[in-house]
Design a protein. Structure first.
Length: 93
């Protein structure tokens, strides 16, 4: 039973990591090229399409959580508010 639960836990962690990477690539970069290699699809971002405002907001959230130990919910609310302000200012979108 323990081995089965460990395998399920590993699979769930893998799915969450895959989703996190996919969302990060498609949030930070305006264009992502898909390359088919050995039956896999490797998504390579086009570096010139980096959204600087999204990158700065992501780094600020990481610093708040890991350096200053701010909780997840306050960081989420602050990031959401900053993202809305950046959208209304026309810097992201």
């Amino acid at each position: 039973m323990t081995a089965a639960l460990s395998a399920i836990t590993a699979a769930v962690v893998g799915v969450i990591l895959n989703l996190a990477i996919w969302f990060a690539l498609h949030t930070l970069f305006g264009q992502v090229d898909a390359h088919h290699i050995y039956g896999m699809v490797l998504q390579i971002p086009v570096m010139t399409t980096l959204n600087v405002a999204s990158f700065v907001l992501s780094v600020a959230a990481m610093i708040a959580i890991f350096r200053f130990k701010v909780g997840m919910i306050p960081t989420l609310f602050a990031s959401s508010a900053a993202g809305i302000l950046l959208y209304l200012a026309g810097l992201v979108g």
